[in-house]
Design a protein around this ligand. Sequence first.
Ligand code: ATP
Ligand code: MG
Length: 485
Amino acid sequence: MTDTATVLIVDDEKATREGLRQALEDEFDCYVAASAAEALEYLKNDPIDVMLTDLRLKEDDGMKLLDEALKLPKPPVCIMMTAYGSVDTAVEAMRRGAYHFVTKPLNLDEVDLLIKRALRSRTLEVENKELRRQVERKFSIEGILGQSEIMKPVLETVQQVAPTRATVLIEGESGTGKELVAHALHNLSGRPKQKMVVVHCAALSPQILESELFGHEKGAFTGAQDRRIGRFELADGGTLFLDEIGEIDASVQVKLLRALGEHTIERVGGNKPVKIDVRVIAATNKDLAKLVEEGKFREDLYWRLRVVTIHMPPLRERKSDIAVLADHFLKDLADTNGKPPKPLDEEVMPALMNYDWPGNVRELRTVIEHGVVMSTTPRVMLRHLPSYLSQSGVPGLRVPVMQPARGTDAPAPASAPPMHAPGFDLNIERMEKLFIREALERTNHNRTEAAALLGLSRRTMQRKLKEMDLVRKKKKPAAENTTDA
Ligand SMILES: Nc1ncnc2c1ncn2[C@@H]1O[C@H](COP(=O)(O)OP(=O)(O)OP(=O)(O)O)[C@@H](O)[C@H]1O
Ligand SMILES: [Mg+2]
């Protein structure tokens, strides 16, 4: 805190007001008010950091003043003063949002300490809010979240190429956010918002795709009863998003190549070229280069499309984004499902971090939605997520498997038994201990790193270590090194 904090003292007894002012004015900028009305006057004119108010003011109710004060755009932290014996009203005040209370007769040191603590909590709260805003502003454009090192250049490229007319090819596994990026490119392009036309190429047969894209004249083929305007023409002046471009047939590839090269199209069955101004964005979850090699995709079209390529990294390569994404989906999905927003319990993150996410961000979204819908507790617990997640172990963890008893003459199995083999240790506490021990071993007993590996806060890690008696003791001879459970 650089500026002196402001404290507003509200009490209808002059002696208390003045006594407090004298005790506090060396450290804080003090204002005094004898009534709720007077206090509100101060609060409305100047932001006050801390309000110290009597719960029972002569004519007005201290509780009402509290409610009013907390409704202000920049509410003060409120500390209530109450006569000894009416603590339950004070508790009610805290339920309504007061920071704390002190009982009369006042202990001035206690008041002083409480004010300082209140100020610290307020600074933290403001800082957290600001930090969150900064993070969201910096690492999200057009709803694409991600603060990992590997996502930063992706977001930069999006920003850089969006306002150009360059054709963009977006590559990436299913669920990595290709369509989201296509929308961002369009929204930041300066082209009219409503003019983005999407075509899911894989869903359509070659004939239908061709007439969808380029339109057709009346009577162009059996069934073509009317003239039809294609998506290229519909997108004129805007953006055409060709999703799953790797799936299109050779005959359509030729026409597409011409449209991209000459900025003109021809309707099926027509012979007049139509000029178009369309920005094309294409996406694929196939390896187009490989399709070219296999002769399934025209090389010239490939080069036309990939003027700029954006590669969407799979989620398993940017696990540090999981927390931000999960947090976003928690709020978003609670909202759409009409549920109160809840945080994830701390047992959940390790499971999310240890999973490989073959379905990428879309799968994470589905998993969180499962949790939001299934949770009946104040937090979303691991048991509320799809069961395959609670079974995901630390990759490479040497899980001890109790071998089912078998006769000595039975041949040993060729491969390790599956995780859910009979006899697999399902005791959570024992497993937790094992995971923690493994993490410590991998990080050379660096607790901060081990905590990060497990997705735990350092404080939780400390607590667990204590609880499990895993705090490294001074080396005792021999026995210490043997395995214990
Ligand atoms: N970085 C991100 N930030 C926020 N939401 C994201 C992000 N990436 C993906 N999503 C969300 O994940 C879901 C899947 O994304 P999208 O549909 O863009 O994937 P895709 O790559 O087009 O998948 P597919 O290849 O299966 O079509 C959407 O709900 C999208 O909003
Ligand atoms: Mg898609």
